[in-house]
Every structure is written in structure tokens, then in C-alpha cells.
Design a protein around this ligand. Sequence first.
Ligand code: S3P
Length: 450
Amino acid sequence: MSSHGDPIPMTSTPGGPLTGEAHVPGDKSISHRALILGALSVGETKVTGLLEGQDVLDTGKAMRAFGADVQNNGGGNWSVHGVGVGGFGEPDQVIDCGNSGTGVRLIMGAMATSPITATFTGDASLNSRPMGRITDPLALFGTQAYGRKGGRLPMTLIGSRDPVPAHYTSPVPSAQVKSAVLLAGLNAPGETVLIEKEATRDHSERMLAGFGAQIATEVTNEGRVITLKGQPELKPQTITVPRDPSSAAFPVCAALITEGSDVLVPNIGLNPTRAGLFTTLREMGADLVYENEREEGGEPVADLRARFSPEMKGIDVPPERAASMIDEYPILSVVASFAEGKTYMAGVKELRVKESDRIDAMAVGLRANGVTVDETEDSWTVYGLGPNGVKGGGTCATHLDHRIAMSFLCLGMAAQSPVKIDDGGAIATSFPIFEGLMGGLGAQITRDPT
Ligand code: S3P
């Protein structure tokens, strides 16, 4: 089943080269945060280039349910009239975050220190994901949570009436945990401190500072110590959302493995907390060039040019790079299948609690297409078959996971035989224009009769 409808089985048939320009949509992480922080400031926040994927649309709907006025002005331009820190009203309906772990976890943080009650749910994928990693630190602020066994959604949160600031060391490398704690800290008096041992994406810190919060990050032996002063008045902003490097990964990687390809993916944010995949691909010997490197809105940006790279070699991906490419391991495992030799990916147990168990989902699907994969709880190895070595011909289960669906469709572009997926419906959560965009480059993706 797709996240919001009937299953959409699809086939990707190997064919000609991929050529041309790929204009990928806005960054998903930044889009969620723009709507949530817009809702927590007083006045009008204007957002251009918002990702209009289902995950972000669900967050917009949730912000309306808490009292913000969220308007779609067309062409990727949105405005949010916020209610201010501590201004959330109690929603009169259950908040359905669909497929989005980022949406539900950040929103839980944002409402946790207001004296209101809200019940959250999602699709089958989201309702199977762990929420204890969020509700444990929120309890330090005085927030109560009542969910299903194992801390699963549906779940009701009772926001703290008299919040106290928290001091929390995150046991998992997770920007979602970090962001939930910081958003909860906004409405607690005094200083909230969040320590992360490994650097995760820092969009929340950057955007909170942009909205006028007092937030500082210190790099110490313990890790990154982030201190936020509570109860600021957030000032509305004008935000231009950069294009999503996690979406850019698909046309880039498809071009690297498909014979004769030459694709330009313009305006991609290369924030070091997000760009680990591109570094890894270059280490593997990919013909991936950063053109027109520049700074935009304080972020490094470049146009990525990817050309067919038949000489790529498998490598050991350093575990300390995992957080900066956590969503990109599925598509990296596809590229690794077309490299010479083995690619070893360690320190990645977080992949097991994403929209699906991504190690298992990719391992099963790659094996069905002739690729050998080994896995442990925390690592996996893909044995590359070289540029023309992947048989294809398999049907892959996508488990309501957009990145698994897109990864297998890219596999089919360069395999010897077509690759099928059972359901591409979840692609709309993050990359609603994927089929058209890849088709425009020359990919042959079709929807199959159900
Ligand atoms: C995200 C953080 C990551 C990532 C997700 C988006 C974010 O999750 O997988 O797609 O926007 O904060 P974790 O922080 O839990 O690793």
C-alpha cells in the first residue's frame, strides 16, 4: 500500500543514456522546519521553493491544526502567520503525520511545552517506528506521553504546564531527536542544553538563529554542546529553501551507472552535514564534478555534473560519515552494485528504524536482482558486479519507503533486465516529480496495471 492510497506497481526498463538537466525539489528537512518555526513566530513568514511533497503538506496541515495560518500562494510560495512561542492551541482532531518521522517528531517537540493535549498518528510505516527516543527527553520538560507498546503511534502527548529546561545527551545520532529537544526548549524558561556525540544535520540550529533565538554550539570532548535560551520572541523570516541533496542523489547516481549518461543537477546545497554521499562517490572514482561553487544564504551550493563512470571501485565508507549521508545508503548500495569490488558500510544501525528497515529492504531487493549482500545489525557489504554486471529481472518490496522505491527504479535503468517495484506511492512523500523528471532525462519508468 502507498502512504495515502492504493499501491502503484512500477517497472524501470534499462535503456538509453540519461542526459540533460535535473531540477530537483526543495529540501525536505528545511521545508518542515520553515513551516514549524514560521508557526512559532509572530507575523508572516514567507517561504519560497517549499517542497510540496506529502510529508511537508502533512506538517503544514498540522500547523493549521495548532492555530497557525498556512497559505499556499502557488508556485512553491507559501506564507505562514504564526502564533508565537507558547501560542499553540489545542487541536480538535488527531494529527495525522502520514509517512513522516521528521514531521511527527519535530511537531511533538514543538507542542511539548505548551499546556495542550494532542494525539498523533501516521501510516503503517510511521506507526511502527520508535518514538521513545523523543518522548524520553520530552519527559525531562514535564511532558507526558501515552502510546502503544514499544512507544509506537498512535500516541497522545500532554504538554507540560510548567516546563523546566532540559539537559540531555542524545544516545542516538539523530537530528530529529536534537530538533525535538530544541523546539521543546523554546517554551521552557532558562537554558536547554542538548549534547550530540556525532554531528547531525544542523538545519534547526541555523534556522533557529535566523528566527532570532539565542543558540550556540560548542565543540567539546563530549561532543557538540548546543545551548538554547528559552522563551525568545521569534521574528518571522523570508526563507528560500535550497534544493534537496537527498533528492539530487537519485539523478546523480542513475547517471553514474547508466552507460553514456551526462546529467547536470543545478543548485544543490552542500552543507557538510548532508554531503557525505557525494564525497563517497568521488572516493569510489565517480565522474562527479562540482561546478559553479558558491555560497547562498550562508550555505555552500554547487551545480553537480554526473557522467557515466564505468571505473568505480568499492570502498569502506567511514562510519563517522554515516550521519551526513544517512538517507543515501540505499542509493549508494545501488551504485556499489555496479562498482568493481566490495563496498562496506559500517556504523549504520539507524538505517533499521527509518521508513523501513533499509538494510533489510535493500539486501532482499538487490539479491532478487542478482547482487550478493551481507549484513550485520550495524553494517552491510555489497559485492559489486562491475558496470554491466547486474542482472535485474527482480521485483522489489518497497515497504512504504520512498527512498527504497526510487533506489530500485534507478537500479533498473542500468541492469540487464527490467526491475519492478511493488509500490511507488511513497515517492510522493519527498519527490513528487520523480517519474517525470527521470523520464525527461531518458529513463523508462512505467506504471503497471494493479
Ligand atoms: C531528518 C533527519 C534524519 C533523516 C530524515 C530527516 C531531519 O533522521 O533520516 O530523513 O530532517 O531532521 P534522524 O535524525 O533520525 O537520523
